[in-house]
Design a protein around this ligand. Structure first.
Ligand code: TRP
Length: 365
């Protein structure tokens, strides 16, 4: 049988999703889902992983599970095509993590660049890092391999996690025989989408910096946020030449604009390159560009916002979608775990040959 093509990806439910998530991954997931090129698609909420650094804030994680589910559905993730589930409800993931822990050294985890920077960011004392936080790359490898995912669409910050997962798979298969599948990362198509800056021009959109545009933001909020966006601080008069370097409005245009938008909202320009050229020459004001960006963003976000409101009218139905998704996901993970147990020789009760061979040996035959 040819190898199945399986997508797995997910998010930590620590807040509502914003347009950084959208251009970095969500939009792509929906396209992949609708491409028909994949045999199975799993999208999950990593609540257990979220708890590794929200130890004293379980209520935050609990409340955001539904927010993220609404964001997924609003963007067009279709539960009849994609399995939506919640990490903590799949105990097989803990089991697999436990076995994987034997395959990774402390030194290897310390070298993981994501863990390194996260440890610095949170300023843990080096001897007070929670073990669960320190080892979350191992648990993430379990998330991916339990479903035999071949394709993991995520942002580039997840690259070290994928590398770690691939290493674990290779080591597992080498020791116990071919069982698990090496996953590939699928990165966003352009650099604007790879790391969308916040509206203040700061490196990354993040809730703690208050520089996010959320998928659930109302139209007037989006408008306000776009108008106050960071541009080129030296572009004081319209006639001044403007710079594109670090100019958030143009980065967002790279991420959101398509050729047809020009005909619709800015017919004086044939495409983005011409708009950029005019800005750099001077004579193009920030407000005009911002109005254009706002129009494009509203066009893209309006249907998402409306669908979100529709789904939010029936919250019990959303939980039902998640519950069913967990059942389906659990079945898939259980299948992999039974192969893992067999490979690791811990499948005692299903191994009749083992029992009869030992019975003979002990009876002295
Ligand atoms: N670490 C990811 C994040 O912070 C979430 C995540 C957990 C994930 N397990 C995963 C993503 C497995 C892809 C595959 O967003």
């Amino acid at each position: 049988m040819a190898q199945q093509k399986i997508i797995l990806t997910g998010d930590r439910p620590t807040g509502k999703l914003h347009i950084g998530h959208y251009v970095g991954s969500l939009r792509r997931r929906v396209e992949l889902q609708n491409s028909g090129l994949f045999d199975r698609i799993f999208i999950f909420e990593a609540d257990g992983q979220a708890l590794t650094d929200n130890i004293e804030n379980p209520e935050k994680v609990r409340q955001n599970v539904i927010e993220v589910a609404l964001d997924y559905l609003a963007c067009g993730i279709d539960p009849s095509k994609s399995t939506l589930f919640i990490q903590s409800q799949i105990p097989e993931l803990c089991e697999l993590t436990f076995y994987f822990m034997d395959l990774v050294s402390v030194a290897r985890l310390q070298r993981n660049p994501t863990v390194k920077t996260e440890i610095q960011m949170r300023k843990f004392e080096s001897n007070s890092i929670p073990v669960g936080f320190f080892t979350y790359p191992i648990s993430q490898a379990a998330d991916i391999t339990a479903f035999k995912a071949t394709t993991v669409p995520v942002g580039e910050d997840q690259e070290p996690m994928l590398e770690q997962a691939r290493e674990i798979v290779r080591r597992f298969n080498y020791i116990y025989g071919d069982t698990l599948v090496e996953p590939n990362i699928l990165l966003p198509e352009n650099s604007a989408c790879l790391r969308l800056p916040g509206t203040d021009g700061k490196a990354k959109m993040s809730k703690s910096l208050g520089n996010c545009i959320y998928l659930s933001d109302e139209a007037d909020e989006v408008e306000k946020k776009v108008r106050s966006m960071y541009t080129d601080p030296n572009h004081l008069r319209v006639s001044d030449p403007g710079s594109l370097e670090g100019n958030t409005v143009f980065t967002y245009l790279d991420a959101f604009s398509r050729p047809e938008h020009f005909g619709r909202y800015l017919p004086d320009y044939p495409n983005l390159d011409e708009l950029k050229a005019h800005y750099q020459r001077g004579g193009l004001g920030d407000m005009k560009v911002k109005k254009f960006l706002a129009a494009i963003m509203q066009e893209e976000l309006e249907p998402i916002r409306e669908r979100r409101k529709e789904f939010a009218k029936d919250i019990p139905a959303i939980y039902e979608i998640l519950r069913k998704g967990c059942e389906v996901a659990r079945e898939a993970a259980a299948q992999t775990l039974s192969e893992v147990r067999r490979a690791m020789k811990i499948n005692y009760f299903e191994d009749e040959a083992l029992i009869s061979e030992q019975a003979k040996r002990f009876s002295g035959e």
